[in-house]
Design a protein around this ligand. Structure first.
Ligand SMILES: [Zn+2]
Length: 62
Protein backbone atom coordinates (compact mmCIF):
# COMPACT_ATOMS: atom_id res chain seq x y z
CA UNK A 1 0.00 0.00 0.00
CA UNK A 2 1.27 3.45 -0.89
CA UNK A 3 1.49 6.18 1.75
CA UNK A 4 -0.51 8.80 -0.11
CA UNK A 5 -3.54 9.06 -2.34
CA UNK A 6 -3.19 12.17 -4.49
CA UNK A 7 -6.04 13.90 -6.29
CA UNK A 8 -4.27 15.44 -9.28
CA UNK A 9 -7.48 17.01 -10.61
CA UNK A 10 -8.54 20.63 -10.00
CA UNK A 11 -8.67 20.05 -6.22
CA UNK A 12 -4.96 19.09 -5.98
CA UNK A 13 -5.32 17.35 -2.65
CA UNK A 14 -3.20 14.83 -0.75
CA UNK A 15 -4.65 12.14 1.53
CA UNK A 16 -2.67 9.95 3.93
CA UNK A 17 -3.77 6.47 2.99
CA UNK A 18 -3.88 4.96 6.49
CA UNK A 19 -5.83 7.94 7.91
CA UNK A 20 -8.49 8.34 5.25
CA UNK A 21 -12.11 8.43 6.41
CA UNK A 22 -15.44 8.57 4.64
CA UNK A 23 -15.38 12.38 4.40
CA UNK A 24 -12.27 12.18 2.23
CA UNK A 25 -14.51 10.86 -0.55
CA UNK A 26 -11.68 8.79 -1.98
CA UNK A 27 -14.25 6.83 -3.96
CA UNK A 28 -15.25 10.02 -5.81
CA UNK A 29 -11.76 10.64 -7.20
CA UNK A 30 -11.84 9.59 -10.82
CA UNK A 31 -9.20 7.07 -11.89
CA UNK A 32 -7.76 9.70 -14.25
CA UNK A 33 -7.09 12.03 -11.31
CA UNK A 34 -5.99 9.47 -8.74
CA UNK A 35 -2.34 8.74 -8.04
CA UNK A 36 -1.22 6.28 -5.35
CA UNK A 37 2.35 7.09 -4.38
CA UNK A 38 4.92 7.17 -1.58
CA UNK A 39 5.92 10.70 -2.64
CA UNK A 40 4.40 13.51 -0.60
CA UNK A 41 3.05 16.01 -3.12
CA UNK A 42 2.56 18.63 -0.39
CA UNK A 43 6.36 18.59 -0.06
CA UNK A 44 7.17 18.32 -3.78
CA UNK A 45 4.68 21.02 -4.78
CA UNK A 46 3.88 22.98 -1.60
CA UNK A 47 2.22 25.90 -3.36
CA UNK A 48 -0.03 23.65 -5.44
CA UNK A 49 -1.04 20.70 -3.28
CA UNK A 50 -3.20 20.91 -0.18
CA UNK A 51 -3.34 18.38 2.62
CA UNK A 52 -6.82 16.95 3.13
CA UNK A 53 -8.59 18.65 6.04
CA UNK A 54 -9.73 15.25 7.36
CA UNK A 55 -6.65 13.04 7.13
CA UNK A 56 -3.71 15.40 6.62
CA UNK A 57 -4.72 18.40 8.68
CA UNK A 58 -1.23 19.73 9.44
CA UNK A 59 -0.72 20.33 5.72
CA UNK A 60 -4.18 21.74 5.11
CA UNK A 61 -4.03 25.40 4.05
CA UNK A 62 -6.54 26.09 1.22
ZN1 LIG B 1 -8.40 12.79 3.32
Amino acid sequence: MYKFIVNTGPNKEVHRTVDTIGECNINLISTNNRLDTDKDYTVLFPTEYDGCEHCYEEKHWK
